[in-house]
Design a protein. Sequence first.
Length: 202
Amino acid sequence: MTHGIIAAPIREDTPEGLEKDLATSAMSRWVLVREMGLGLSNVRQSSGRKPRLFVWGFPGGDRAMDLSDVESKRNYTWKTAHSNTVVFNETLVKDAAARFPGINVFGMNPGIIKSDIMTGVLGQSSWKLRVQRTLVGLLFQSAETYAEKVVPLVVHPSLEGRTGALFNRHAQPIQPNPWLLADKNFAGVVAAAEGLSLRVLA
């Protein structure tokens, strides 16, 4: 699963009242995974392997979330709003891995890749966007190079039974966000996601 945007400089809300980046980049995935999880759990391939679900949500790193302001209503900045979606997506991987033992769930962090994802911040067809895309193309790997690394991983037999694992832009295992391992942060994010999901489905 990979669909996401970057939050706009000025807060934008969906008809449900959710911040647009949060709804698009995180809550849409939560709703889909919860709906698909049970169905996929009953599927078995001829090889006997469990179905695999990959969430491209930039896991890893060290990001904290203000659990009292997960929608960035009190103090909105596009960086904080988007960072929250990253925390939600890594939490989704861990939650789904535990909730649906009949499937294997993995978190993927492709790093920075040339795309139009910064359009909402830098402006459609703006010179800033063109410069950003040029620099990213020069300094970071292309989508094609990333695909050459990650495609062998997603079909590799060694992933069986490693549900919940996270991988970086080189298709190498990475450690989870330490903030999610501390205190009751993980449970707090799950509770927030479940509450927001109900609003989306209402």
